[in-house]
Design a protein around this ligand. Structure first.
Ligand code: FAD
Length: 387
């Protein structure tokens, strides 16, 4: 396997880099550093701009308005964006859109796909419920057919982008008598449909998530995605599209620690001369390189028609735990300075370290917990029975 980039790929990477340099204003940088795992108004504007210039459709097929580029180019794009913590269209673009292409009606494709590519339509993912997280198939939100409509009643939780999205990509139960995986359907629900209430849910990482309540929410039957009672399988398909996981953010997090060690003197001795600090940083650098190669390998597999399966779970566990290792090492190296928020002029890396420490636990849960990922690795990777 040859990991080096072709001249065309190098050229493409430079194009992405130049685009970012042209549009990453100090205000946008400030906002993305503050939001980190969420998106603010300037980030939204930036996504629209990317849409207008065709960047959002890099990996989408040309028949749906995309550029039809391969997985490596897509990976290069995501890496460059991730290095600056910039938004890239999220799961609407990488997960819901590609699922719609495969199972949506022609009318749904015409209505939603072009607007997803321009950043006008954004879905919040409405899967998790208070009693259905890892065991998602236990979800209780009901969608009952009534003539040309469905009527939805129930509750979702951790619906992260609901407060700034246009629609909810919703899983709801349509057949309560069927075995639990087989009675679920997938719907597109306009966020402004009467009967929807959104309440903020604070997280320790400062990211806003939401609770969403549905009370007799009536939507056209045409908003059913694919066939009724096949929603579980479509959601699994949507999750399967989330296999390109960029790692560049860990590279930048490590760089923050390296810069700090190079520029700090403790008790008359430069931190960069301290053997323990050097060893910790070197150990983290090895892990960052491992994750870079592993992430590129997944992109290479997709480019070559293979499906990263257990690899995607390994990558998710490794990246989220690497962020944890970096955050913990920062506490060790920086001492109490690591806890200073960005408003404090002494905060290292403009408060990114403090923000990372509060934010990393979230990445071990969102999109499926690391324990569940480890179960998948044991089951699919080693052929062990379901736990
Ligand atoms: C910040 C954030 C954003 C999120 N955004 C969204 C979103 O936009 N849309 C959405 O639908 N969901 C979202 N989620 C929900 C996320 O997918 C769930 O939190 C996750 O799937 C876990 O479900 P749960 O919280 O109900 O925990 P539970 O499933 O109750 O798990 C509790 C604990 O038990 C462990 N556990 C559970 N089952 C097993 C098992 N079989 N083996 C071993 N350990 C197990 C888990 O690992 C965990 O440690 C988000 C979550 C967070 C934290």
């Amino acid at each position: 396997m040859d990991f080096s980039l072709s001249p065309e790929q190098e050229q493409f990477k430079k194009q992405v880099h130049d685009f970012i340099q042209q549009h990453l204003t100090p205000q946008l940088r400030d906002e993305v550093e503050r939001e980190q795992y969420s998106i603010g108004p300037l980030g939204k504007k930036f996504v629209r701009l990317m849409g207008q210039q065709g960047w959002l459709g890099i990996g989408w097929p040309q028949q749906y308005g995309g550029q039809g580029r391969g997985a490596i180019d897509q990976w290069l794009f995501l890496e460059e964006m991730d290095l600056e913590s910039l938004p890239t269209g999220g799961l609407t673009l990488s997960s819901a859109g590609p699922t719609l292409m495969r199972v949506g009606t022609e009318e749904q494709k015409r209505e939603y796909l072009p607007k997803i590519l321009t950043g006008e339509i954004e879905f919040a993912i409405g899967y998790t419920e208070p009693e259905a997280g890892s065991d998602l198939a236990s979800l209780k939100t009901r969608a009952e057919r009534d003539g040309d409509s469905y009527v939805i009643d129930g509750q979702k939780i951790y619906t992260s982008a609901a407060h700034h999205s246009t629609h909810i990509w919703l899983l709801a139960r349509t057949d309560p008598d069927a075995p639990k995986h087989r009675g679920i359907s997938l719907f597109i629900v306009p966020i402004d449909a009467p009967g929807i209430t959104i309440r903020p849910l604070a997280t320790m990482g400062s990211e806003r998530s939401n609770q969403v309540f549905f009370k007799h929410v009536r939507i056209p039957a045409a908003n059913l995605v694919g066939e009724e009672n096949r929603g579980w399988y479509y959601a699994a398909m949507a999750l399967d599209f989330e296999r390109l996981i960029p790692h560049a953010r860990t590279q930048r997090q490590l760089q923050d620690l390296i810069d700090y060690a190079k520029n700090s003197v403790v008790e008359g001795r430069p931190l960069s001369k301290h053997p323990r600090v050097r060893h910790v940083l070197a150990r983290l650098a090895v892990q960052v390189e491992v994750v870079r190669l592993f992430s590129l390998r997944s992109a290479w597999m997709i480019e070559n028609g293979k499906t990263p399966n257990v690899e995607a779970s390994i990558l998710k566990v490794f990246i989220s735990e690497l962020s944890e290792h970096i955050a913990v090492a920062a506490q060790d190296i920086m001492g109490p300075y690591a806890a200073l928020r960005r408003a404090d002029r002494l905060a290292p890396a403009n408060g990114r370290i403090e923000r990372l420490y509060r934010g990393f636990p979230m990445s071990k849960f969102a999109g499926g917990t690391n324990q569940v990922m480890r179960n998948i690795i044991a089951q699919r990777g080693f052929g062990m029975p379901r736990s």
